[in-house]
Write a protein that binds this ligand. Structure first.
Ligand SMILES: C[S@@+](CC[C@H](N)C(=O)[O-])C[C@H]1O[C@@H](n2cnc3c(N)ncnc32)[C@H](O)[C@@H]1O
Length: 204
């Protein structure tokens, strides 16, 4: 990995992911996680401060970035945390192992979001919940066109971040249902700020 991916990008990702809006989203969703929790693409561990120690017994975070995992290690609090170096497309866990899962701003960057969601489904126990906050494909035609146009260049400089993934569709195709899905613009550039948030449960 070069200087960009190893040093510069982790700093930029960290800064972008600490905006007031994103911190409010973390505060809204992360405390809902419970039991034995899996966090996909845990990155620098910005969610760790928001887990409720009364509800969570253990957090397992997976991410392929060594520098981001090193930063996450510094953010471990009272809840036991295991950090795993790896990719969420192939989760090294037995089936039905977790009570709940969290994913924030990572489905945009993984190689294969469908494979990741299939894996999440496998490792969640029946009735387990996935709490998600993700940016993705907007609903209006103009912004969508921009997102498709910009993504090939954007993902090359932004750690494989895609602006045009339809998170609701990916969840539904992976066999998840969300009754509280909220999708809409937050702050900032429209191409980057169309956000999906909610709770997904696997249909059996
Ligand atoms: C924009 S960052 C978000 C980090 C963190 N989830 C947060 O909310 O601050 C995207 C993260 O996805 C991770 N990532 C990329 N490909 C991945 C994969 N195949 N499996 C798991 N995580 C991945 C990156 O290393 C990075 O930590």
């Amino acid at each position: 990995m070069g200087l960009w991916a190893n040093r510069v990008l982790p700093l930029l990702v960290e800064k972008a992911c600490r905006s007031t809006t994103i911190l409010a989203e973390r505060k809204r969703w992360v405390p809902r996680a419970h039991g034995n929790v899996l966090e996909l693409g845990i990155g620098s561990g910005l969610n760790l401060a928001f887990y409720d120690p009364e509800r969570v017994t253990k957090i397992t975070g997976i991410d392929p970035s060594v520098p981001l995992l090193a930063k996450a290690r510094t953010r471990i609090g009272v809840v036991p945390v295991e950090l795993v170096h790896g990719s969420a497309e192939r989760l090294p866990f037995v089936s039905a192992h977790f009570d709940s899962a969290v994913v924030t701003y990572s489905l945009c960057s993984v190689k294969d979001p469908s494979a990741v969601l299939a894996e999440v489904r496998r490792v969640l126990r029946p009735g387990g919940e996935l709490f998600f906050v993700e940016h993705g494909l907007a609903r209006d035609v103009r912004t969508r066109a921009w997102q498709h146009r910009i993504t090939p260049a954007w993902r090359r400089i932004a750690g494989n971040c895609h602006l045009d993934r339809d998170i609701a569709k990916l969840l539904s195709e992976a066999g998840f249902r969300s009754d509280d899905l909220h999708a809409g613009y937050t702050e900032g550039a429209k191409a980057l700020s169309f956000t999906y948030e909610g709770t997904a449960r696997a249909l059996r």
